[in-house]
Design a protein around this ligand. Structure first.
Ligand SMILES: [Zn+2]
Length: 327
């Protein structure tokens, strides 16, 4: 789904607000796109930025003109993007923006745009530099900031920006959209637990890390049906050697937690989202006696990943907890 369609369909308030600002020529110099993990914040930030310089806006960016394409290719000097997902945004990054925009615009449109994705990752010194810049923006400089956690953004930043808050999409709707885009049922069901966007789900479902994590999940679930010994053996021999990085481990644990959340729901007679796993989940219920405690163990383990613990030991600990007898 194109970002234009996504905005119209799922974020109509943001679409209209921005459309009116462009038409009425009362744009803010800084916007903060506020949402949660798994929403296409960066893509929307870039799209709104492009809308200010597009050759054939209607009234937002066309995504087809040479200017739109140059931005997408990272080949438009007056459009700078810093991605907090790839590492903290530092003071040096903000200085680069200030230096670059201190001169007059390089492009004939004379409009300069910067995107700071995930401002909550900025170092305190970087925030300071940014604040000064936001206070006295140049005439034709526009900022598009994003955050997945508005409560972690300094009030001084929020007060200097116009906040555009994203609305979460109903999970079933996300699943249906993903299926329409050709994503497999099980992938759409699993990934919709963490991504509130069908484009992201499609992209992640094709990534190697996800495929490895999903295979590990399926292997572990099947082994739990056999016996506790089999489950432990599978974890140590099959799964730990494959889950080599924190990224894969994080995905694996998120999915395992989602499975246990569904098991918990099933055990009290509620509907489940993981319909592709219905048969195996129903069988698993009769094999496991610690579903609630296991869920807590899995979620705690996820948090420990940030502390650089040994992944193998962590996964071992989880499978022992899951297979433990009694309440
Ligand atoms: Zn365009």
């Amino acid at each position: 789904m194109q970002i234009n369609e996504y905005l119209k369909k799922h974020q109509p308030v943001i679409y209209r607000t921005f459309e009116n600002a462009i038409k009425g020529d009362h744009l803010s110099h800084a916007y903060l796109l506020s949402g949660s993990v798994g929403m296409p914040l960066k893509d929307v930030a870039i799209y709104l930025g492009k809308s200010l310089i597009c050759d054939e806006p209607n009234p937002l960016a066309c995504d087809n003109c040479i200017t739109c394409m140059r931005v997408d290719e990272g080949n438009y000097p007056d459009f700078m993007i810093f991605d907090g997902e790839a590492g903290k945004i530092k003071k040096g990054d903000i200085e680069k923006i200030i230096d670059n925009f201190d001169k007059s615009a390089l492009e004939s449109k004379g409009i300069m745009i910067y995107v700071l994705h995930l401002v909550e990752t900025m170092t305190p010194i970087a925030v300071n530099s940014l604040l000064k810049f936001l206070e006295e923006p140049g005439k034709n400089i526009y900022a598009f900031l994003t955050t997945e956690n508005e409560s972690k953004v300094l009030p001084t930043i929020i007060s200097r920006t116009q906040v555009l808050r994203f609305k979460a999409i109903n999970r079933n709707e996300v699943i249906n959209e993903s299926l329409e885009m050709g994503v497999l049922d099980e992938d759409a069901e699993l990934l919709s637990a963490f991504y509130n966007d069908s484009n992201t789900i499609k992209r992640v479902s094709e990534e190697d890390n996800y495929q490895i994590a999903k295979q590990a999940l399926n292997d572990q679930l099947n082994s739990l049906l056999m016996s506790p010994e089999d489950a432990i053996f599978t974890c140590e021999r099959l799964i730990i050697p494959k889950i080599k990085t924190n990224d894969i481990a994080r995905l694996y644990l998120k999915m395992l937690a989602e499975v246990f959340q569904n098991l918990l729901n099933l055990s009290i007679g509620e509907d489940i989202v993981l319909k592709s796993y219905d048969t195996i989940l129903r069988e698993l219920i009769s094999h496991l006696s610690n579903i609630d405690k296991s869920l807590i163990t899995i979620m705690t383990a996820s948090n420990k990943l940030d502390l650089n613990v040994n992944i193998g030991l962590l996964l071992d600990h989880i499978v022992y907890q899951i297979t433990k007898e009694g309440k």
